[in-house]
Design a protein around this ligand. Structure first.
Ligand SMILES: C=CCO[C@@H]1O[C@H](CO)[C@@H](O[C@@H]2O[C@H](CO)[C@H](O)[C@H](OCc3cn(Cc4cccc(/C=C/CN=C(N)N)c4)nn3)[C@H]2O)[C@H](O)[C@H]1NC(C)=O
Length: 132
């Protein structure tokens, strides 16, 4: 299992900064934010080679344990072994994932007003987490 943080109280406009290293042989990793593991505002899932996807970021939401419609992004600004800083923020309409050279948006389908849960899974070694 990866890192899981619960009992958070992240409000719109605040950001979650996850710094870490992508494994040199990574197949994929995911950063999940939401209320809990069954209720995700955003599942941000870069795939190097898994589930039949190659170098594709798959985003989705999860409501009562049920995945929503996937949203596949065009850009893939990750490479094996990269040290990355991923900044996630949100407001009532959308979540934003900011990277040094890329930014992704994903609709706030659940109308979530607070992030209480963060999980980082897969081939990613977390170095630090900052909330600001
Ligand atoms: C074409 C067939 C039907 O359509 C497919 O149907 C699959 C099942 O629904 C979807 O897949 C699902 O998509 C979901 C988002 O929508 C989640 O990502 C879910 O994963 C949940 C999950 C997370 N986690 C932890 C984790 C996360 C990242 C990496 C690792 C491990 C790396 C292992 N590294 C090694 N061994 N080195 C582990 N485990 N499961 C995934 O199964 C595919 O996208 C979808 N594909 C398309 C094109 O439509």
């Amino acid at each position: 299992k990866g890192l899981v943080v619960t009992q958070l109280d992240i409000e719109p406009g605040e950001c979650i900064k996850v710094k870490g290293k992508i494994e040199s042989d990574a197949e994929g990793f995911a950063v999940n934010v939401g209320k809990d593991s069954n209720t995700l505002l955003l599942h941000f899932n870069p795939r190097f080679d898994c589930h039949g996807d190659v170098n594709t970021i798959v985003c989705n939401s999860k409501e009562d344990g049920v995945w929503g419609e996937e949203d596949r992004k065009a850009d893939f600004p990750f490479e094996h072994g990269d040290k990355v800083e991923i900044c996630i923020s949100f407001d009532e309409t959308e979540a934003t994932v900011k990277l040094p050279e890329a930014e992704f948006k994903f609709p706030n389908r659940l109308g979530m007003a607070k992030i209480e849960y963060l999980a980082v899974e897969g081939d990613f070694k977390v170095k630090s987490i900052k909330f600001s």
